[in-house]
Structures are given as C-alpha cells and as structure tokens.
Design a binder for this molecule. Structure first.
Ligand SMILES: *Cc1c(COP(=O)(O)O)cnc(C)c1O
Length: 385
C-alpha cells in the first residue's frame, strides 16, 4: 500500500534524539526553548510555546483568550474534529461557517453573512478558528477585518501549514491573527512523534499559555499573590495541565525543522506533477492563490461526479484495492454524532456537503518517488474510466 502520508526520519534525527537521552534533561531542559525559538524565528512570530499536541495547543489558546461557557467559537466544518473540540473543553459552544467552493477554506463571504445575522441575534463568536486546509492558508486579511468590526479573536489552525506562506509572509507570523497552531503528528510536515506549538506576537498570551501547559504554576515573584515563603516557593494561580513537550520530542522537531524548506519544495514539486498528469481528467484540485504558497500537507482531488461513470465510494475502493492508500479529509465535523446531537443541519452547509461528496486525498509525502506517483496517477485514471 502506498500510504497517503509518511514521516521522514533521518540518521541525523536519530542522533539528535540519542544526544538528549544521554544528557541530563529528558524534559524541561534546553531543547524545548531552542525548538520554540527556532520556529518562532523562522515564522516571524515573537514567541512559540511547545506543547504535547496541536489539540493541546488549541485548548490552551482558547483558554488564554478566556473562552468559556456562554461563548461561541466558529470554525470550518471541513477540518479535523480538534479544531472544534477545543471550544468544548472550555465549555463554549461551537458553530460552523461554510467553506469557499474553490479554496475549500472557511469562506470570508459566508462568515460576513453569518456575523450579520449573529449580530442581530446577539450571539456573536468570541473566537474564530480558520483552518489552512491541505496547507493552503485561509484568506486571512478579510477575516481579520471582520474580527475588528465584530470583536472576535482569531486562532489559526495551521496544523497543515508549517512552511506555507500567505501574502508574502510565513504562515505562523500571526499578522492577521492572535495565535497560530502547528501540529507535529507523524503524518504532518515536521514531526516530534506527538507535539504541537502555539505561535503569537502577544507576550502575555505566550506567558499565560506557558503557565497553563504546566499546571497553571508560576515561579515569577511579580505574578504571585503572596510574598514567597522561601526560595522553593511557587504558586498555582489558575487551573492548568501537564501539556509539556519533552526534550526528546523537541530535539527531533528541531532536527526535522532544519529540513522544512526542502520538504515543502518537494511537496510542491509532487503536487505540480499531480496537477500536470491529471489535468485532462474529470476532477479538480484546490484553487491556489497567487500571493501565497501551500505547504501541501495534503493533495486532495474532487471528482466531477456529472462527468464520471464511477461513484465516489467505488472510486475510493478501486484505489484502495489497487494498493493506493487514499483517504478522505474530512468528514464535515457537524456530521459527527457528538456534534449532530447539538442540532446541526447538513443543509446549512451546501459547500461542505459538496466537498464531502467528491473529495479524495491522494498519497503525498517527501520520500514518495516519481515511479510511485506515476503508479498513483495510472490507478486514478484506471479507476475513473
Ligand atoms: C492533525 C490536526 C489537528 C490535531 O493535531 P494533533 O497534534 O494530532 O493534536 C488539529 N487540526 C487539524 C486541522 C489537524 O489536521
């Protein structure tokens, strides 16, 4: 089976991890802050705070914005469930904004319409989470404009988009948002096994997230409510978690991140080869923007169902049967039983429904060679005919 994605671990990565294992600190040592600074610098953000996963990063980002009961978080329905679950961890309610028919990202026009209605009903969102699907940045400038008009904060779910750019700047620079979140799960572009990071230019948000990832504890006398009892003293000032990344993970991430540029170049080259070899087929790919670059975490095609004889499900099974590890990213989140029970109606999301009826992710990972990709292309053509 050619998988849809696969990590790339080199001898240098293994050596970097082994070095930590031989050192004094397996966790809370120097590797985590080095990894945080390296990514913040690369992305042009002031601060990075590493945590155990992107799910944890989204949770703490929401907490740092004081999202809670009575509040709303809006996100795209075409995403992994974690983009919405972060609100539920905080006791907030979730709603979804339909996607753009071409970029498949949260649609700024649909967002504006929904905000106008929410303003009338006095249920405006406190936080909006645009998701950079497949590594293509959502159109952040109009979303930020709406954020200023309607008073919501913005967390970018950039789990797919490390190494991408938007409007000439790296995703993660947070020019158009309060925070951006990366995932380092093995199927993502850079891995730490499990891991995530929040990037931000807001020092207070970064400090609060750093405290929340470690039980809500501070050792900074300026933040304490009482005089220290002695040099051992620390204070827990709010309820946090143990969401700390280990130095073992950070060393792997740091070593991997050194190859980020090469990974994204390779993914773009493979994506361009897919574009070319599938150009005459009854399908389409994600519309890219001229002012940015996708990191191509995923290469998704949408079948032109009016022009093909095969059903979406049969097409998918034909490829799986041929040893091609296709996948579907994603089942719209409102369809999940947990969310469906809250009363969402698929008819409110025609673009997400259209996407779900047609989308298939093809294999794409840096170590995939041209011969393997040609096999995928041949199997796609065969499955369509
Ligand atoms: C993978 C992913 C997450 C969760 O990442 P973890 O690091 O596995 O918690 C969140 N959002 C999106 C869009 C993802 O693809």
């Amino acid at each position: 089976m050619i998988p849809y994605g696969r990590q790339d671990v080199t001898e240098a990565d293994i050596e970097a991890v082994a070095e930590v294992l031989r050192s004094d600190f397996l966790t809370q040592g120097p590797a985590v802050p080095r990894f945080e600074s390296a990514l913040a610098e690369r992305c042009g953000a002031a601060r990075g705070v590493a945590v155990t996963s992107a799910t944890a990063a989204l949770h703490l980002a929401c907490m740092a914005l004081d999202l809670g009961p009575g509040d709303w978080l809006w996100t795209s329905p075409v995403t992994f469930v974690a983009s919405a679950n972060c609100a539920r961890y905080c006791g907030a309610a979730v709603d979804f904004v339909d996607i753009d028919p071409l970029t498949w990202n949260l649609c700024p026009v649909a967002l504006e319409r929904k905000l106008e209605q929410a303003a009338r009903e006095d249920r405006l969102p406190k936080v909006v989470v645009p998701v950079h699907l497949c590594g293509l940045s959502a159109d952040m400038a109009p979303i930020q404009k709406l954020g200023r008009r309607y008073g919501f904060r913005i967390i970018e779910d950039a789990s797919h988009a490390i190494g991408a750019s938007y409007d000439g700047e790296p995703v993660g620079c947070c020019r158009y948002s309060d925070m951006a979140v990366f995932s380092f799960h093995p199927v993502k572009i850079v891995t730490t096994g499990e891991g995530g990071m929040v990037l931000t230019n807001d020092e207070e948000l970064a400090d609060r997230i750093a405290r929340l990832r470690s039980h809500g504890i501070t050792r900074d006398p300026d933040r304490m409510t009482r005089e220290p009892d002695g040099p051992w003293y620390y204070e827990q000032t709010e309820l946090g978690f143990n969401y700390r990344m280990t130095d073992i993970q950070a060393a792997l991430g740091l070593s991997q991140a050194a190859r980020l540029g090469g990974y994204v170049d390779r993914r773009n080259a493979l994506a361009a080869r897919y574009d070319e070899s599938l150009a005459s087929q009854p399908l389409r790919s994600q519309t890219r923007s001229a002012n940015g670059r996708s990191s191509f975490h995923l290469y998704v095609i949408r079948l032109d169902l009016d022009a093909v004889a095969v059903t979406h499900g049969d097409f998918f099974m034909r490829l799986r049967d041929a040893g091609i590890g296709v996948n579907l990213h994603y089942i719209p989140v409102y369809r999940q039983p947990y969310y469906a029970a809250m009363g969402f109606n698929s008819a409110d999301y025609p673009e997400a429904e259209g996407y779900y009826a047609e989308a298939v992710s093809l294999p794409l990972y840096p170590a995939m060679d041209e011969a393997k990709q040609d096999r995928v292309v041949a199997c796609v053509k065969a499955a369509l005919s």
